[in-house]
Structure formats: structure tokens, C-alpha cells
Design a protein around this ligand. Structure first.
Ligand code: SAM
Length: 280
């Protein structure tokens, strides 16, 4: 990732920086001992820049709430529902394979760009970290048609239930790419499989509150592109029954969300949605 070919790749370092900072708190929502090394100075610079552009701690807090929310989602799928295949699409510098306590026989696939997974591997090797599940990395460009083949080659079994996570990606993609990705995930999953993802609303693109951060992202070549006010409809279109939560609401608060959460009916506000879906 020294000279990233994809401008979205370095956002993975920003996410790692947020997790590193969280890990230092006494009341942390998770502990990610690899995050600081994975972030490096570049990740902390991104975090600082985005928080100063947004004039709030949201660019750091949102990924923290999201991380814990989907930690719980993935573990529940494996522990309670017995799923044994976990797929992290656009895994970035995520370390769930190492830091979560997986039940036996879980196989976790991390898909991301080669430049991201190569840089991640260097840090993991240097730290001598050991995964607590079977971990398989799949170097792919998710905008290409061929990535499902790479996942199948890595051992993924589409006829068996799986739990997927698309975290921190859809916001950056053109609309057609979002639908293309969800279509492929649909073709790779059987009834009863689960999918977690996050998506921003359209208000994020129209609200003056969000403009400075949008501008900061655009200057770094990674502008936000996709937003949607009704994730339930998006998911239904691709064959998923969705349960949608906003950060701050029950189940995504953890005693840490600082602002009152306004109902979805209130128009014009920037919002993010944490989606848990089941293949119908
Ligand atoms: N899910 C991780 C997390 O929450 O920490 C990473 C999120 S980061 C904001 C976005 C990730 O999307 C980056 O790791 C980037 O490399 C990945 N990404 C963007 N476009 C991609 C593509 N076409 N193929 C594969 N990965 C992509």
C-alpha cells in the first residue's frame, strides 16, 4: 500500500487507527492489539484529518460502533446458528480472525485488493499472530466479474450456509457496482445464510453538515458515491430480509453514542444504517 493503486485502499488504515485508539480505552468495546501496527502513521493521519474536517469524533466513533455491532453479529451466526463459513468482503485490515473467540471448524475468508492483503500479511507475520479459526485470504478486485471464482478456488462452499460482511465499502462504490456485488453475493449464498453491511443515506450527500468530510474524502480520491434511504428495499431486491439499525439505537449504542437518535421519518439528516439480513 506504499503507493496505492486504488484510492479507497488507504481508508482501511483509517479504520485500523480507529480500532487502535478504541483498544486503549478502559471501557473499550473490543481489543485489537494488531490495529496500531496495521494502521501505521498514515492511518492515524487519516483519522485526525477526517475528525478535524467533520468537526466531530464521528469518523472515529462510527467504525468503532460498527465493529462491535458486527463482531456480535458474526459470532452469533457461528455460535448460535452453527454457521461455519465467514466471508469478509473488503476485509481491509480487519483482525476478527485473530481477536474473536470462534467456535471450532470456522473458516474465515478475507477478500480485499492484493495491495491491502500483502501489507496486512507483513504486519501479521512480524507480530507472529495466530488466527483462532481457519483463515484464508483471497486477493481480488471486487469490481471484476471473476472474484467469485477466486473465492471458490480458496475452498468456499456455496451450497453450505455462510455469513457475509460488507463493511465500509458500499459508500465508495457507484450504484451499478453495489448492485453487481450484491447480485454475486446472492448467487453464492443459500437460504438461511446471513449478510451484514453498512450503508449511508442520501442525506449524507445533501446535508451541509456532511460536506466538509465529503470534500476531504474527494480530495483524497475516495469520494462517497452511494447512499440509500431505504436499505430494506435494496436488500429485498437482492433476496434478503433485512433488519436495519442506526448507530445509537438499541443494540448499536453500547453506552457510547453521544447524540439522541432521531427517527428515520425525520428528513434531511445524514444517517448511517447497520444492516443484518437473512437470505429469504
Ligand atoms: N471492512 C474493513 C473495515 O471495516 O475495517 C475495511 C473498510 S475500508 C473503509 C474499505 C476497504 O474496501 C479497503 O480495504 C479497500 O481496499 C476495499 N476495497 C475498495 N474497493 C475494492 C475493490 N474493488 N476490491 C476489493 N476491495 C476493495
Amino acid at each position: 500500500m506504499d503507493t496505492p493503486t486504488n484510492p479507497i485502499a488507504p481508508t482501511s488504515r483509517w479504520m485500523a487507527a480507529a480500532r487502535a485508539r478504541e483498544s486503549e480505552r478502559v471501557d473499550r468495546l473490543f481489543d485489537d492489539p494488531l490495529a496500531a501496527a496495521l494502521s501505521g502513521p498514515e492511518g492515524f493521519a487519516w483519522l485526525e484529518h477526517m475528525e478535524s474536517a467533520a468537526r466531530s469524533d464521528s469518523p472515529g466513533l462510527y467504525p468503532v460502533i460498527r465493529t462491535r455491532f458486527f463482531d456480535d453479529f458474526l459470532l452469533d451466526a457461528c455460535r448460535r446458528l452453527g454457521v461455519r463459513q465467514v466471508v469478509l468482503a473488503a476485509a481491509g485490515l480487519d483482525t476478527r480472525a485473530f481477536r474473536l473467540n470462534w467456535p471450532p471448524q470456522v473458516c474465515l475468508y478475507e477478500m480485499d485488493l492484493p495491495e491491502v492483503l500483502d501489507a496486512k500479511e507483513e504486519v501479521i507475520e512480524a507480530a507472529g499472530a495466530r488466527a483462532s479459526c481457519e483463515r484464508r485470504t483471497v486477493r481480488v478486485d471486487l469490481s471484476q466479474e471473476t472474484w467469485p471464482e477466486a473465492l471458490l478456488d480458496a475452498g468456499y462452499q456455496p451450497e453450505r450456509p455462510s455469513v457475509w460482511l460488507i463493511e465500509g465499502l458500499l459508500f465508495y462504490l457507484p450504484r451499478a457496482a453495489v448492485h453487481g456485488l450484491l447480485e454475486k453475493v446472492g448467487a453464492l449464498t443459500v437460504t438461511g445464510s446471513l449478510l451484514g453491511l453498512d450503508v449511508m443515506n442520501r442525506g449524507l450527500f445533501f446535508s451541509p453538515v456532511a460536506w466538509p468530510m465529503q470534500a476531504a474524502l474527494a480530495r483524497r480520491g475516495a469520494p462517497g458515491r452511494f447512499g440509500m434511504n431505504d436499505p430494506e428495499t435494496l436488500m429485498a431486491r437482492h433476496g434478503w430480509e433485512a433488519d436495519v439499525t442506526q448507530p445509537g439505537e438499541e443494540g448499536a449504542n453500547f453506552g457510547r453514542w453521544p447524540r439522541p437518535m432521531l427517527p428515520r421519518e425525520v428528513p434531511g439528516l445524514p444517517r448511517s444504517f447497520l444492516v443484518r439480513a437473512r437470505r429469504s
